[in-house]
Design a protein around this ligand. Structure first.
Ligand code: CA
Length: 426
């Protein structure tokens, strides 16, 4: 079925600015609370939020097989379970409804009052109920940088790294939408030269610039997803800040990997941009440096050209952009990640979230964490407002943004913005 929603020539009757992340070609999905305290599934064009629950009740999705309450829910999980054909039909229909040549809703004042909201009238929620969250480690630059710091240059990449997309199972309970502040975590850490750990606030709180993809119900227990089918089960992507406490992480991570240094918070951008919307921005990923086993061999353009940036904003100051990177640097693509995740028969469900791993690029200004940008604190990052940062300080806000641009159409993710508060006190 064609993705008519991506037509680059389509214009909308909703007011938008040329550089918006949300032109009519985007049509992302999210969940929001309205001014009347009603929770609903919605989309967004420019700075207008659109209540899909209300649109459906008014009959605008007639002819598409949808249950009556599919959009009147507090998560997208059921809609995502409906599968790719339905996502495509709904995006195509939304594009038609808001096409500048379509007067049906445009000229219906009452319907518009019910359906359209300014952004300050709504509150974005988590878009999915995340059942399981897996985090990969798929940027070769990031793995090499971190490996060099922790184990030395000669042992930077572990022997398995070029053979499989390394990952671990994280916690879904601490995934939060943009705008929710977090507290500096406390825990055990081993100070330099010491042999016994101490307890206290993490002094090395860091961000990780990642993207995460969200899956639909993909496979039954025992049934792997073949790599060439993997994309059929990917609904879309969000920006993902995988908060990390490097001192806690360094002491605890052997031998079972990340634990409390990672699971205190991961923040996401609230609008899920569909894989369909990203179709025009496909590109090749890095060439494999070693032959991969057949179940991981992917063909065609399985990477996406998404420009990413990270800014740090101290309290009451202007922000400084500290990193510019791109999703295409990821060595193992999403299809490979999903094929690997399920090769042993592990089931993947609607609303599961898969983090890419820190998306560092090849140059020092494209490194996706403070650990790398400040090289373990040896090279502090200068801020525009004066001062510098080795890691994230109390009351700093970390903001991540991402967008694609081609042939005059820009598709963006908005932002994920999170403030780090001091240690929690009762
Ligand atoms: Ca991570």
């Amino acid at each position: 079925m064609p993705i008519t929603a991506n037509d680059p020539n389509r214009k909308t009757w909703i007011k938008t600015t040329p550089n918006t992340d949300f032109p009519i070609q985007n049509i992302p999905f999210g969940v929001f609370l309205t001014r009347d305290d009603i929770i609903t599934i919605g989309t967004r064009i420019g700075d207008t939020a659109i209540d899909l629950g209300a649109l459906h009740q008014l009959g605008y999705f007639d002819g598409i097989p949808l249950t009556d309450d599919i959009f009147l829910q507090d998560s997208l999980n059921d809609f995502i379970s409906d599968g790719k054909k339905t996502w495509r039909l709904v995006r195509n229909r939304i594009a038609e409804i808001f096409d500048e040549k379509n007067n049906t809703l445009k000229n219906n004042k009452d319907h518009k009052t019910e359906v359209l909201f300014a952004l300050d009238e709504i509150e974005m929620q988590l878009p999915v109920s995340v059942g399981d969250y897996t985090d990969f480690y798929s940027s070769i630059e990031h793995a090499t940088n971190v490996g060099t710091m922790f184990r030395g240059k000669d042992n930077a990449l572990m022997p398995n790294w070029l053979h499989l997309p390394v990952g671990y199972h994280g916690r879904s309970s601490s995934i939060i939408p943009s705008g929710i502040p977090i507290h500096r975590p406390q825990g055990q850490k081993l100070t330099n030269g010491a042999t016994e750990p101490i307890f206290g606030p993490s002094r090395l709180v860091d961000f990780e610039l990642e993207m995460a993809f969200i899956t639909t119900d993909a496979n039954a227990l025992g049934e792997p997803i073949p790599i060439e089918e993997a994309e059929d089960y990917i609904f879309g992507l969000v920006l993902f800040n995988d908060w990390s406490a490097r001192d806690i992480q360094k002491w605890e991570y052997v031998p079972l990997g990340p634990f409390l240094g990672k699971n205190f918070a991961s923040s996401i951008s609230p609008w899920i941009v569909t894989l369909d919307a990203l179709e025009p921005y496909r590109t090749n990923g890095p060439k494999p440096l070693k032959e991969q086993l057949p179940y991981l061999q992917s063909s065609g353009k399985k990477s996406f050209d998404i420009d990413l940036e990270v800014a740090i904003q101290p309290a009451n100051e202007k922000e400084t952009i500290v990193c510019k990177s791109n999703f295409k640097y990821m060595y193992w693509n999403m299809s490979q990640q999903l094929a690997h995740h399920t090769i042993n028969g592990c089931p993947v469900n609607s609303g599961d979230m898969m983090g890419s791993g820190t998306l560092s690029g090849p140059t020092p200004d494209s490194f996706g964490s403070m650990l790398e940008l400040s090289w373990r604190g040896e090279k502090p990052v200068q801020l525009k407002s004066g001062g510098s940062r080795k890691f994230i300080e109390d009351n700093d806000t970390v903001i991540m943004r991402g967008h694609c641009e081609k042939d005059g159409v820009r598709i963006g993710f908005g932002e994920v913005s999170t403030k780090l508060l001091p240690v929690f006190k009762k």
